[in-house]
Design a binder for this molecule. Structure first.
Ligand code: GTP
Ligand code: MG
Length: 355
């Protein structure tokens, strides 16, 4: 199980994860110096035979692309809102994205409770419920990373969350978000397993078509003989050099003949959207540009849905059912998103994709 954070810059996402897991997710020197999250961070909470994984995202607007790269394949989010500052622009932006990606549960965490009175916190909860009525069924937690208030209650809730296992029978798909050379072991990649299972010794395909062998597995930060969808995996790979792959590549059990540059999607708009609109498109760790063709209307108003064809500037390894986020041509605001419905390969042949 993996849970991500979300929320405005400085609202206490990293401090919350540190209070929950004991791990401070900052790893870049600049992050440590500035007290700011820039890249994705990772933390783990072992619990009996299980381990909860956390992806910590940056709240600063400038690093939104990094935030989006962390959300693929995740069903649960902790939306952190500072009791002191309340609802801010990236609270709204991140929440809009979580909603478009149809997260199973968005837990609302009011952080920095030690800095406010109970009356102020009650007022903030009312404001949140009024501004975002769809959070009516979401659990709320009042926490302080400084005093420990509310941390045990949140932990108790998190360990009871159920991992969705509807994707385990599908072929293995894994999005690479980091790669490095480990002395004595060779190439190691880390990423989120989206579906299926992988075991030691398995042969997998890179999105380039190259075959690789799995020499060792760390699942949720523990040495393992297998891994599966819904887990963070570190895989030690044989048969490939670091220079042959890049962040955003996929590892799959199916031969990757399904890179597509045209997609059919049932699009849900969160901003007005017009025909032929240039867009930034976020698909798991990949970020590319393209254009929207609305198939049965000329424009879309917020909350409306329509069938659209996306014409991509670079082919994507996409499967039916994958979730996408579309942002404006200048990448300044989120336009919409939705599941991929049908894809067409570069050569124009419709392909049967794994769902
Ligand atoms: N008093 C108090 N301070 C807190 C609490 N949580 C976080 N802080 C402080 O608030 C500042 C920002 O906290 P972070 O956890 O780095 O915030 P963030 O949301 O991860 O920020 P970005 O990753 O850059 O978006 C730090 O100085 C923390 O020490 C809290 O519960 N109480
Ligand atoms: Mg942070």
């Amino acid at each position: 199980m993996i849970i991500c954070t979300a929320g405005h810059v400085d609202h206490g996402k990293t401090a919350l994860l540190e209070a929950l897991t004991g791990t401070h997710t900052a790893h870049l020197p600049e992050e440590k110096k500035r007290g700011l999250t820039i890249e994705l961070g990772y933390a783990y909470l072992p619990w009996k035979d299980n381990v909860l994984g956390f992806i910590d995202v940056p709240g600063h607007q400038r690093f939104l692309a990094n935030m989006l790269a962390g959300l693929g394949g995740i069903d649960y989010a902790l939306l952190v809102i500072s009791a002191e500052e309340g609802i801010k622009p990236q609270t709204v932006e991140h929440l809009g994205i979580l909603r478009l990606l149809h997260f199973t549960e968005i837990m609302v965490v009011i952080s920095k409770a030690d800095r406010c009175t109970e009356t102020q916190i009650d007022q903030l909860i009312q404001d949140i419920q009024q501004q975002f009525p769809f959070l009516a069924t979401s659990p709320f937690f009042i926490t302080s990373a400084k005093t420990g208030q509310g941390i045990d209650r949140l932990k108790t809730h998190l360990i009871k969350l159920q991992q969705k296992n509807d994707r385990l029978h599908q072929p293995f798909r894994y999005a690479i978000d980091r790669l490095f050379h480990l002395k004595g072991s060779g190439l190691v990649v880390t990423g989120t397993a989206i579906s299926g299972k992988v075991a030691l010794g398995d042969e997998l395909f890179l999105s380039t078509g190259q075959k690789v062998r799995v020499k060792s597995i760390h699942a949720q930060n523990r040495e393992a003989t297998q891994g599966q969808g819904g887990q963070r995996l570190a895989l030690n790979l044989g048969g490939v050099e670091k220079s042959n792959l890049t962040r955003g590549d996929w590892l799959t059990t199916l031969a990757p003949d399904f890179a597509c540059d045209r997609l059919c999607v049932q699009l849900e708009a969160s901003h007005p959207l017009k025909e032929n609109q240039v867009v930034h498109l976020y698909h798991y760790v990949r970020h590319i540009t393209g254009k929207v063709n609305l198939l049965d209307c000329k424009s879309l108003a917020p909350q409306q849905q329509a069938l659209a064809e996306l014409i991509l500037d670079e082919p994507l390894h996409i499967a039916v059912g994958d979730k996408l986020i579309l942002r404006s041509g200048d990448d300044s605001h989120t336009l919409g998103g939705r599941k991929c419905w049908k894809s067409t390969a570069r050569n124009g042949i419709n392909v049967a994709t794994s769902g």
